[in-house]
Design a protein around this ligand. Structure first.
Ligand code: J2J
Length: 546
């Protein structure tokens, strides 16, 4: 059984194959075809060669096979930035089991939403996450999803099997399973989302492999690349742009960092002679602040990739001066399209644009307010289709009908303008999402959770400007009764109690009597953003005068 997804029309698939973009190879080739003696991953004091990665993932796959996992099954995986993330991923690839790789910051709400969509057979998680300290949450999920039978823990566990145990036990069983077909779903990426339930993005071997391969060419990755994985390893950026998979494709080395914290990363850069790092803008800002007073040498660093949220021109200009390396801007999305500034672009292009699509078969339309194609320099919504951009979210016909048009273009909700050379600059957003320094929050998801509170009549989540994060989130709350007694603190506690990821908890709450409405009766978020902007301005003026 294969996993259902919206395929590319045959004529497109043919074109992508003829052009050599789709090669009908499984993602497993990324490690199986790598130079086996090279170091693939450095994680703390451990180094794993490609041979280690292959043999460990093979042993684990044999174990999965013994559990009865088969092609077309799914797995829910949640791991921090550790080498085992890749061992697990490729073990699942050997059997054709498609994982959702949740972020480590995700909590009950997110994991439950993913599990109910994919109905996984197995959960693979870390003992570092509080949800997996005992079997209670696993049992809750099992009650919801009848397919779920197994749990594997990376680390110590009293209630589930551990990876350590699996790798230590001897086995003579042969692996008979094979990967899923290259034009079928290999795994699911996570959508930043703008709807109540987080959407899943089915990625095939063919499309993902192409995006990884092409990215390594653009970014000049080679076997000598030492890549710092400091962003959450499951995110599309550090996984595929070119990310860890790009490194594996060329036989280079991934250095895992537990977080993007400047001092931790600087030490790793010096110790492992890191050549490339990838960051979101707020983390970059902290690196730029910390670098002048840090003693570690960053001289090995050649390329700093920045994406996920808008990078200001002023920060961009500081990268070569302060970090002594080249900057590359990336506008990417887990749905597919990735734009890069090129390494030989002039400085102005690199600091003022977010790059251009990675290949000639990426079709980009910028649609202005009148619904027509925008001219050069005119702002419009970015819509795209191409060899690695999905044609539909997983099991979401209603939402798909809204964001994919009849010609298969994905409407991203990003407002961009294009210059005469085809480079895109992001100027805003036309989707109900907050981009909190690269972490995406779907407003509707949080509004729905707030509405479950017995004292809340209406809620609206909007972005507010923040000098560090670019944007933070502000929840406007209309209480049911005037003497409600709700406080920001109690609402934060309430949301955390429901088990939502921390980064989604609103940074600020504003209590109001009624929400301003648009002519069609929806909450007027433009007006609400203006209200909070003015209140923040007032506070900062007061701060200055005091
Ligand atoms: C402004 N907004 C940006 C940028 C993404 C590489 C890099 C990033 C992602 C990613 C990715 C932006 N300036 N430079 O998947 O492979 C916003 C846009 C976009 C959304 C996608 C990759 N780079 N964005 O960020 O799926 O709004 O992917 O549509 O998390 O982030 O978010 P996500």
């Amino acid at each position: 059984m294969s996993i259902a997804f919206t395929p590319w029309p045959e004529s497109f698939a043919k074109k992508y194959r003829e052009k050599g973009y789709w090669t009908d190879r499984p993602l497993l080739d990324l490690i199986d075809n790598a130079p086996q003696e090279n170091v693939a991953v450095i994680c703390g004091e451990r180094s794993l060669s490609y041979q280690d990665l292959c043999s460990q993932s093979r042993r684990l796959a044999v174990y999965f096979q013994g559990l009865g996992l088969r092609t077309g099954d799914t797995a829910l995986v949640q791991l921090p930035n550790i080498a085992e993330f890749y061992v697990v991923f490729f073990a699942l690839m050997r059997l054709g089991v498609a994982p959702v790789n949740a972020l480590f910051s995700h909590n009950k709400i997110e994991l439950t939403a993913y599990a109910s969509q994919i109905e996984p057979k197995i959960i693979i998680a870390s003992d570092e996450h509080v949800l997996f300290h005992d079997g209670a949450f696993f049992n809750t999920l099992r009650a919801l999803s009848k397919e779920l039978q197994h749990a594997l823990i990376i680390g110590k566990s009293e209630w589930a099997e551990t990876l350590e145990n699996v790798l230590a036990s001897s086995t003579s069983t042969l692996l008979t399973a094979v990967p899923s077909k290259a034009d079928e779903v290999a795994f699911f990426q996570l959508s930043g989302g703008s709807t109540g339930t987080p959407k899943l993005i089915p990625r095939t071997h063919n499309d993902y492999f192409f995006s990884v391969r092409r990215s390594t060419e653009i970014c000049h990755f080679t076997a000598t690349t030492q890549y710092l994985c400091a962003l959450p390893c499951a995110h599309n950026f550090p996984l595929s742009s070119p990310g860890a998979f790009g490194v594996f494709h060329v036989g280079g080395c991934v250095v895992m960092s537990p977080s993007p914290d400047a001092n931790t990363c600087f030490e790793l850069i010096e110790r492992h002679q890191v050549t490339v790092a990838a960051l979101v803008p707020p983390a970059l800002a902290l690196w730029l602040q910390a670098a002048p007073s840090n003693n570690a040498s960053l001289s090995s660093l050649q390329l700093m990739q920045v994406g996920g949220a808008k990078l200001s021109e002023s920060l961009a200009r500081q990268v070569p001066e302060i970090l002594g390396c080249q900057l590359q801007q990336i506008l990417g999305m887990a749905e597919g399209l990735v734009n890069y500034t090129r390494l030989d672009d002039d400085l102005e292009t690199i600091v003022t644009t977010q790059g251009r699509p990675m290949c000639s078969l990426d079709e980009v339309r910028i649609i202005n307010e009148a619904g027509e194609e925008a001219s050069v320099g005119e702002v419009g919504e970015l819509a795209t289709r191409g060899p690695y951009t999905i044609r539909g979210y997983y099991k979401s016909p209603e939402h798909n009908a809204k964001v994919f048009d009849e010609e298969g273009f994905y409407h991203s909700g990003d407002l961009v303008c294009r210059n005469d050379k085809g480079y895109l600059t992001v100027v805003g957003r036309d989707k109900d999402q907050i981009n909190r320094g690269g972490e995406k929050i779907a407003a509707e998801e949080i509004e729905n959770l707030l509405l479950r509170h017995e004292q809340i009549m209406h809620s609206a989540l909007v972005s507010m400007p923040d000098s560090m994060m670019g944007e933070k989130s502000c929840a406007f709350i209309v209480p049911k009764i005037a003497s409600h007694g709700m406080k920001s603190l109690s609402l934060r506690k309430y949301l955390r109690g429901l088990g939502v990821a921390d980064y989604k908890v609103p940074d600020r709450f504003e209590f109001i009597d009624s929400l301003p409405l648009t002519p069609v009766g929806k909450p007027n978020k433009v007006a609400l953003r203006e209200v909070i902007r003015q209140r923040l301005q007032l506070t900062s003026q007061l701060d200055k005068t005091l």
